[in-house]
Design a protein around this ligand. Structure first.
Ligand SMILES: C[S@@+](CC[C@H](N)C(=O)[O-])C[C@H]1O[C@@H](n2cnc3c(N)ncnc32)[C@H](O)[C@@H]1O
Length: 291
């Protein structure tokens, strides 16, 4: 398992009865997590009066109660900075278990000691794009279908640059587009990338409303991505939270599609977050293939 580390602004305090108790900066949140299928005693006092709790509604969805927190606040991971907030869904705009991927991305690019073109697909609020840019030698293309997410990612990049001059303002190119359509156009334009990052959701929609389902679309998308890989590729990193898609299957897919371009075998593991009360909470998995 790749286990999240380097956090002082985030802490998974305890998990029980389908929920997590977390500290995000100065605020404690309680929110659902379907992985938490145990019902151990809730010892931490924070359960009784969290700053916000996400309550599921019987009709699907849910809401944060009470919602008197600021619209957004800041958390740091090393020299990176992110805005977090309570989203309409149960998320906060950041996935702390991704920190080992940020480390891998940043180190791999920095250690290559060359200019690296990075394509980040389904790029969400930009943590992976910012980690890549923070290497100091990357040109990053950040693609997401949601305008609001791209705005949030740009704000995160500006926040990080305000904290440390790790990369230039133009180190990240911001694209609002459907990932598959964008990659197909980049292929026609002859654009090539040395590093690919993909975090496809189980289900999503492009700007034109076209649906994306991981089981139907992932192999086709990876095959398309292989057409935009440069002649000297550095890595491909695939992450998913799709239940039922094992780390082994992800590694095999990377090898099927990208194997000939890489000297190393693909490596894949679950991701985990240490729980302060003891143990590790797993959720999501990543696969990497690199030279
Ligand atoms: C990073 S993924 C998954 C996030 C998180 N790992 C999860 O499971 O909830 C979510 C992102 O993909 C984007 N997205 C979904 N479908 C897309 C598509 N067809 N093209 C581009 N971006 C898409 C969404 O806007 C969102 O920012």
């Amino acid at each position: 398992m790749w286990i999240a580390g380097g956090w002082s602004d985030y802490e998974l305090l305890e998990c029980s009865g389908g929920e997590r108790l977390e500290r995000w900066g100065g605020y404690t949140l309680v929110r659902p997590d379907p992985q938490v299928i145990w019902d151990t005693p809730r010892r931490h006092g924070g359960w009784r009066k969290p700053d916000a709790r996400y309550e599921r509604s019987a009709s699907g969805g849910g809401r944060w109660l009470p919602n008197s927190l600021p619209d957004r606040w800041t958390v740091g991971h090393g020299d990176l900075r992110f805005h977090v907030g309570l989203t309409g869904f149960k998320h906060t705009g950041l996935f702390p278990e991704q920190s080992p991927n940020w480390r891998f991305i940043r180190d791999a690019i920095k250690d290559s000691a060359r200019a690296v073109n990075v394509l980040n697909l389904f790029a969400y609020t930009g943590a992976a794009s910012i980690a890549a840019a923070a290497s100091g030698n990357a040109k990053v293309t950040h693609v997401d279908a949601a305008k609001g997410m791209v705005r949030w990612a740009r704000d995160n990049a500006a926040l990080t640059r305000g904290n440390a001059a790790l990369f230039a303002d133009d180190a990240i190119r911001w694209i609002v587009d459907d990932c598959e359509g964008f990659v197909a156009r980049e292929r026609r334009r002859g654009k090539r990338y040395d590093a690919l990052i993909l975090d496809p959701p189980s289900f999503g929609r492009g700007p034109d409303g076209k649906t994306w389902r991981l089981e139907d679309g992932l192999y086709r998308l990876l095959t398309l991505c292989a057409c935009v890989l440069s002649e000297k590729p550095l890595f491909v990193l695939l992450n998913t939270y799709t239940t039922g898609l094992s780390a082994g299957v992800m590694a095999h897919m990377l090898e099927c599609v990208f194997g000939p371009a890489f000297a190393n075998k693909a490596e894949a593991r679950e991701l985990g977050i240490p729980i302060t009360a003891g143990g590790v909470l797993s959720g999501g998995a990543s696969a990497r293939i690199y030279n």
